[in-house]
Design a protein around this ligand. Structure first.
Ligand SMILES: [Zn+2]
Length: 358
């Protein structure tokens, strides 16, 4: 069993790790250090981490547990003569959320340099400019340099350098809520790692193989590689899903904070396997775990490629994340704990009969 202190510390370390798509190294390191005592861990050249639980038999049905390790962020596109840098967004983000935020840019030594996404001082804005939002192409990142040479020579930053929001994890005791960056999908990453820990050495009807997949935010690229290697018979995807309780009317809230894990029925990339979904919902009910369901007109996740390439029954268990794909996010600890309880109960409850009936 894992206690709350251990869970919060793991989530903190994963959230603080810098890991924009393609540069997941720090996340992979935190994950490896944590899970290595309970599993055999193999890293590939895309920074995908395969996690074979201790106690696997190689002859039972293969259950793939997936979480993506990357986060949305930025990449330097060009350096201007004045030392500010144009950038592109990596993963889906709205320009309105970007200006005047602090970021960390990885230089060619692998060190992270603080910078600011620029905004025009109000003193220099026309009345019209104060009312309009600049597109990403009009924004720059400034490290406090005054020439392109200074950026390259003193800071060691060149085009292609990745960047992430500069946000440090905080636990808010009053509400039992965690604040930090990248809870999409470091909360799913923590769920994957701790579920494997809780299941280590246990007698199960399945072999449990974790995939901490890279580059989800740019089109589920790591998962496309992992599913071909694992060839799962069934799969559970762990996600941090955008919470809707600050934006939707009451009757439409399907991913609210403190309302439990969300089991997504439908989004634009995957329809949850109805029989597996029903089994998960029954498990939640039998164990007194409050859950939510959602039907979305957008979104997508690694489950889509696992479902397509392996034809495996697949469901997605998500923890609600307020303000996903922005610098600052909230996750309620109780939602995380309930998601973990559900995942463990569901996997422990699998039998050859229930698997055959999927
Ligand atoms: Zn995402």
């Amino acid at each position: 069993m894992v206690n709350k202190e251990e869970s919060v510390a793991l989530i903190r370390d994963l959230s603080n790790a810098n890991g924009v798509s393609g540069f997941e190294d720090e996340v992979v390191r935190v994950a490896t250090d944590y899970v290595q005592p309970y599993a055999q861990v193999t890293e590939d050249h895309m920074r995908n981490l395969r996690i074979d639980r201790h106690g696997n038999t190689q002859i039972k049905p293969q259950l793939q547990l997936d979480a993506h390790s990357d986060e949305v962020g930025y990449m330097i596109q060009a350096i201007k003569p004045n030392g500010t840098m144009r950038f592109v967004t990596v993963g889906g983000q709205a320009a309105v959320t970007l200006p005047a935020h602090k970021v960390r840019i990885r230089n060619n030594q692998g060190d992270y340099i603080p910078g600011i996404i620029t905004s025009t001082p109000p003193h220099f804005m026309t009345a019209e400019e104060r009312r309009t939002l600049p597109p990403v192409s009009a924004l720059t990142i400034d490290v406090g340099a005054t020439s392109a040479d200074e950026v390259r020579d003193k800071f060691g930053i060149d085009i292609g350098a990745p960047a992430v929001p500069a946000v440090d994890f905080e636990y808010i005791a009053q509400s039992d809520v965690m604040m930090g960056k990248a809870f999409d999908n470091r909360i799913g990453t923590a769920l994957l790692l701790q579920t494997i820990k809780e299941l280590a050495e246990k007698e199960l009807a399945v072999d449990v193989v974790g995939s901490l997949s890279s580059q989800e935010e740019v089109g589920e690229r790591g998962a496309q590689v992992m599913v071909r290697k694992i060839k799962p018979d069934l799969a559970i995807v762990f996600e941090g899903a955008p919470a809707d309780d600050t934006v939707m009317p009451d009757y439409m809230i399907q991913t609210g904070m403190h309302r439990g894990p969300m089991l997504r029925d439908f989004d634009t990339s995957i329809i949850a396997s109805p029989r597996f979904q029903a089994l998960a919902l029954k498990t939640a009910k039998d164990n007194g775990i409050k859950v939510q369901r959602s039907v979305r007109t957008g979104g997508g996740n690694d489950g889509a490629v696992i479902n397509l390439y392996a034809g495996a029954p697949t469901i997605v268990i998500s923890v609600p994340v307020r303000f996903a794909h922005t610098a600052y996010c909230y996750v309620a600890y109780d939602d995380y704990a309930a998601a973990k309880k559900l995942a463990v109960a569901l996997i422990e409850g699998l039998t050859p009969e229930t698997i055959a009936a999927l």
